[in-house]
Design a binder for this molecule. Structure first.
Ligand SMILES: Cc1cc2nc3c(=O)[nH]c(=O)nc-3n(C[C@H](O)[C@H](O)[C@H](O)COP(=O)(O)O)c2cc1C
Length: 400
C-alpha cells in the first residue's frame, strides 16, 4: 500500500459549502447554526437574540414542552413521495413554515431583512416583517420574491398606524399580523446585563473592547448605515411612533375595539399574534379575525406562562373550526413542526431558528436554516408514515 493511498483514506473530506458559505459546511442542525452565531455575535446582540423575560422560565418551557410530547410512528406505509405543500389563507406554500417578525435584525447581519426576504423568497415561504424593521416596507418588498406578511405594532397615534397599513397594502403584503402580547416591553435581564441599548444601538467602552473579539461583525456595523427604523419615519409618524421612548417601552393602548377598524382597513387575512387564552381566542372569532398565533413571543414577554405547545390543543378544540390556528415559540426541528401540526396548528412561525442562520451566514445562512427545517420536516413525515401534511393528526403524538 502506497502512503498516498493511506493518506487519501484518512483525509477528512470537507463537506460542500451550503449556499456558497464555507462556515455553514458543518452545520447540520439549527443548533449547529446557533453555535456559529454565538461565536460571531458580540454579547449585546446575542443577549437580544437569545434572551427572554425575567427568569426565562417560559423561554425554557417552550423547549421542555416539546420534549414532553413523543411521536408515535406509523410504519409500513409507502412514503416514497413526500409532499409538504400546505394551504394557508388561500395560498399554496411549499411547507407549513413562516418566518416570524423580528425587530432590528441588522444587529445580527448587516443585510438584515433584505437577506431574510431573499432567502425566504427563494424557499417560497412567507416572511413577516416587523413594524420595527431596519429596512422599510417598500425596500423589503423590492427584494422579496415570495409572499410577505406585515406585523403591526400599534402606538397611540391611530392615523400613523393606518398609514403603515396602507403602505403595506400598496407594497403587496398579503397578510396582517397584529401583535397583541406587547402591551409593555417586558424586563429582559439578559439584555440589561449585556448593556443592550435598544432601540438605538450605541457604542460603549465594553462594546469597543468586544470589537477586538468579533472584528467582522464590528467592521460591518461601523461601515454600514446607522441602524434606523424607517417605517416609523413617515410624514405623520415622524416624532410620534418614531419617539424612541415609546418604541422601547409602552405600546399599551391597543384594545379589542381597535380590531374593527383594522379589519376594515385590511382586505386580506388579519391574524392576532400572541393569543394564549381560550377566551381571547373566542373573542378573536367574534371580531372577525382570520387566524391566531398561539405565541408567547418566544418567551420574551410575560414570564411564567406555559409552553405554547401545551396551550395549543385547548385553543384548537374551541376555535379550530372557525379560524386558522398557528403556533410559534421554540420550533427548532422538523419534528417540532410535525408535533405542532399533530396538535392542531396549521403552520408554525420560526424566529430564532432563522436568526441563527442570519447571524451565521447572512442570506446563505437563512437559506441553510430553511433547508434544514424543511428537510427535517420531510424526514419526520416519512418516518411517521405520512406522505402529506393533511395526514398528520393527533394519533401521531402522545404525552410522556
Ligand atoms: C430578536 C427578536 C426580535 C423580535 N421582534 C419581534 C417584533 O418586532 N415583533 C413581533 O411581533 N415579534 C417579535 N419577536 C417574536 C417573534 O416574532 C416570535 O414570536 C418568536 O421569536 C418565536 O419564538 P422562537 O424564536 O423560539 O421561534 C422577536 C423575536 C426575537 C428573537
Amino acid at each position: 500500500v502506497k502512503p498516498s493511498e493511506v493518506r487519501s483514506l484518512i483525509q477528512p473530506r470537507r463537506p460542500p459549502a451550503p449556499h456558497g458559505v464555507r462556515r455553514l459546511a458543518r452545520c447540520y442542525s439549527i443548533d449547529d447554526l446557533r453555535r456559529v452565531a454565538r461565536r460571531r455575535l458580540p454579547a449585546a446582540a446575542l443577549a437580544y437574540l437569545e434572551g427572554g423575560g425575567e427568569d426565562e422560565y417560559t423561554l425554557r418551557r417552550n423547549r421542555d414542552g416539546f420534549d414532553e410530547v413523543e411521536l408515535v410512528p406509523r410504519v409500513l406505509c409507502d412514503v416514497a413521495r413526500i409532499d409538504t405543500t400546505t394551504e394557508l389563507f388561500g395560498a399554496t406554500l411549499p411547507a407549513p413554515i413562516v418566518l416570524a417578525p423580528v425587530g432590528a435584525p441588522r444587529l445580527f447581519h448587516h443585510e438584515g431583512e433584505l437577506a431574510v426576504a431573499r432567502a425566504a423568497g427563494r424557499a417560497g415561504l412567507p416572511y413577516a416583517i416587523s413594524t420595527v424593521s431596519t429596512f422599510s416596507i417598500e425596500q423589503v418588498a423590492a427584494e422579496a420574491s415570495g409572499p410577505l406578511w406585515f406585523q403591526l405594532y400599534l402606538w397611540s397615534d391611530r392615523d400613523a398606524a393606518r398609514e403603515l397599513i396602507s403602505r403595506a397594502r400598496a407594497a403587496g403584503y398579503t397578510t396582517l399580523l397584529v401583535t397583541v402580547d406587547t402591551a409593555v416591553r417586558s424586563k429582559r435581564e439578559r439584555e440589561l446585563r449585556a448593556g443592550v441599548t435598544l432601540p438605538s444601538p450605541t457604542l460603549s467602552a465594553r462594546s469597543v473592547l468586544e470589537g477586538a473579539i468579533h472584528p467582522s461583525w464590528w467592521w460591518k456595523f461601523l461601515t454600514s448605515d446607522v441602524i434606523t427604523f424607517p417605517n416609523l419615519v413617515t410624514p405623520r409618524a415622524a416624532g410620534t411612533l418614531g419617539g424612541t421612548d415609546e418604541l422601547g417601552s409602552g405600546l399599551g393602548t391597543l384594545c379589542w375595539d381597535d380590531l374593527g377598524w383594522i379589519r376594515e382597513a385590511w382586505p386580506g387575512p388579519v391574524v392576532l399574534k400572541g393569543i394564549f387564552s381560550v377566551d381571547d381566542a373566542r373573542r378573536a372569532v367574534d371580531v372577525g379575525m382570520d387566524g391566531v398565533v398561539v405565541s408567547n413571543h418566544g418567551g420574551r414577554q410575560l414570564d411564567h406562562v406555559a409552553a405554547t405547545i401545551d396551550a395549543l390543543p385547548r385553543i384548537v378544540d374551541v376555535v379550530g373550526d372557525q379560524l386558522t390556528v398557528l403556533l410559534d415559540s421554540g420550533i427548532r426541528r422538523g419534528t417540532d413542526v410535525v408535533t405542532a401540526l399533530a396538535l392542531g396548528a396549521r403552520a408554525v412561525l420560526v424566529g430564532r431558528a432563522h436568526l441563527y442562520g442570519l447571524a451565521a451566514g447572512g442570506e446563505g445562512g437563512v437559506a441553510h436554516a430553511l433547508d434544514i427545517l424543511t428537510e427535517e420536516l420531510r424526514l419526520a413525515l416519512a418516518l411517521t408514515g405520512c406522505t402529506r401534511i393533511d395526514e398528520v393528526d393527533a394519533t401521531l403524538v402522545r404525552r410522556r
